[in-house]
Ligand binder design. Structure first.
Ligand code: ZN
Length: 441
């Protein structure tokens, strides 16, 4: 630990001259990183004594910000720890991740969110930003200590019972009122639980044929419709987790056109995969909300391109082997995401012409940082700004090998799939967390 800390301090004193990279895909420039900040951006920079990184052909983006990561610590350190999840995040180009509250114990007090925040500081690979539970124990019957979590060292601004929906409308209204006063946001896992009892996959022709209980699109859309009305009534900010259906995109578009302060995220897997993946009953593809149809994927991509969906968030959900390598019905829902998220966005949004690199920066860094009220992330690549950035080789394609992942778990839905884009370097406040594709601690 002390050795790592001292090497971190040593690195932080170093000056880096990144040459020939393309900021947000535009014309190549040099970037000088000094004292944790971007000191200069321009052509033909020189800096005697600086470590020079030849970045010709690489795209440089602001460090990614994830609104939705399950780090599993405390409680399920066999599946992931704050440190292993932070390493996976840095390798994926992230400089900040929001750690979801469904740990054991649940992050519903100042004590637990401070514990998670400190573990993140110790790992030192990304800023770990704890999410606070909305209700005590995620049980949905009374509000947690929202103000105490907001005032804690962890400075919680995002509150979520993710994994569970805050389904009681009166309690959701009160949560929105409290969180509004904290300049925070309620991130809702939109699932009307009475419509998804025993659900195993998307409800449609395929679920009927496979004999698996369906999770209807209406169970998501009904909650989103209710919540945008509540958020509009209260005048509070609402964020919708992992939007998965075309109908949800329509409701969000309507709500935004009416001035409701609602934001939404989509996961990489919902941008790429469909319920066809359930055909082989391989539980690696079991996830909540479930993989939907081709038409939903198309609507989600269009919604993200249009900006109706604000952000890509991973819902990185590591699971131990015994929870995942079992029969479909008993397997836990969830899949890994941090290390492949940017590659999936390149494949689904950039190579399809739906988003340019500036759009990728907006949906994966700028807007998520704004939603989470994070200082120092999602900032322009400009002199004086904190040097939180990543360098990507967009042309490099590779086949995903779960055994090579930094996550402690192996439940990647992309195993064996060739994806474009390799994160080469990541910098957190001027310190390289990843160099040449290798984590630095
Ligand atoms: Zn969820």
């Amino acid at each position: 630990m002390s050795e790592l800390a001292s090497s971190g301090r040593q690195q932080s004193r170093m000056t880096y001259l990144i040459t020939g990279a393309r900021p947000c895909g535009e014309d190549a420039a040099d970037i000088l990183v000094e004292d944790g900040r971007i000191a200069a951006v321009g052509e033909g920079l020189s800096a005697p004594g600086a470590e020079v990184l030849d970045a010709a052909g690489l795209v440089v983006l602001p460090g990614l910000v994830d609104l939705h990561t399950h780090l599993r610590e405390p409680g399920r350190e066999d599946a992931e720890t704050v440190e292993t999840g932070s390493r996976a995040a840095a390798l994926g180009g992230y400089t900040a991740v929001h750690a979801m509250a469904n740990t054991d114990p649940v992050a519903d007090t100042a004590g637990v969110v401070e514990q998670v925040w400190r573990l993140g500081e110790q790992a030192g690979l990304v800023d770990v930003v704890p999410v606070g539970a909305v209700t005590v124990g995620l049980r949905g019957d009374r509000l947690a200590e929202l103000g105490a979590m907001a005032d804690s060292a962890a400075r919680v601004r995002v509150f979520s019972d993710d994994g569970h929906c805050v389904s009681d409308p009166a309690l959701m209204r009160r949560a929105l009122e409290y969180v509004k006063a904290l300049d925070g946001v309620v991130a809702q896992h939109a699932e009307e639980p009475r419509l998804t009892v025993g659900a195993q996959m998307h409800e449609g022709d395929r679920s009927a044929r496979l004999g698996l209980t369906g999770w209807p699109a209406a169970a998501e859309e009904a909650i989103i419709a209710r919540d945008v009305l509540l958020a509009g009534h209260v005048g509070a900010r609402l964020h919708v987790c992992h939007v998965s259906t075309a109908g949800s995109v329509e409701i969000l578009r309507w709500a935004k056109s009416r001035g409701v302060q609602v934001t939404a995220e989509v996961t990489p897997h919902h941008l790429l995969l469909t319920d066809e993946c359930a055909e082989g009953y391989d539980p690696v593809f079991k996830v909540n909300p479930p993989l939907r149809t081709d038409a939903d994927v198309e609507a989600l991509r269009a919604g993200l391109a249009e900006g109706v969906i604000d952000a890509v968030a991973t819902d990185h959900a590591p699971h131990a082997v015994e929870d995942k390598e079992t029969e479909w019905a008993s397997a836990r829902p969830g899949m890994l995401g941090l290390e492949q998220a940017l590659s999936v966005v390149v494949a689904t949004m950039v190579e399809t012409g739906l988003l340019d690199w500036r759009g990728v920066a907006d949906r994966m860094s700028v807007r998520p940082a704004a939603i989470g009220r994070l200082d120092g992330h999602g900032r322009p690549l400009a002199p004086g700004e904190p040097a939180n950035l990543l360098l990507l080789d967009p042309g490099r394609r590779a086949v995903v090998d779960p055994a090579a992942l930094a996550s402690r778990s192996r439940n990647s839905p992309y195993a064996g799939r060739e994806l474009p884009g390799r994160v080469v370097h990541t910098f957190l406040r001027g310190v390289p967390t990843v160099l040449d594709g290798k984590a630095q601690r």
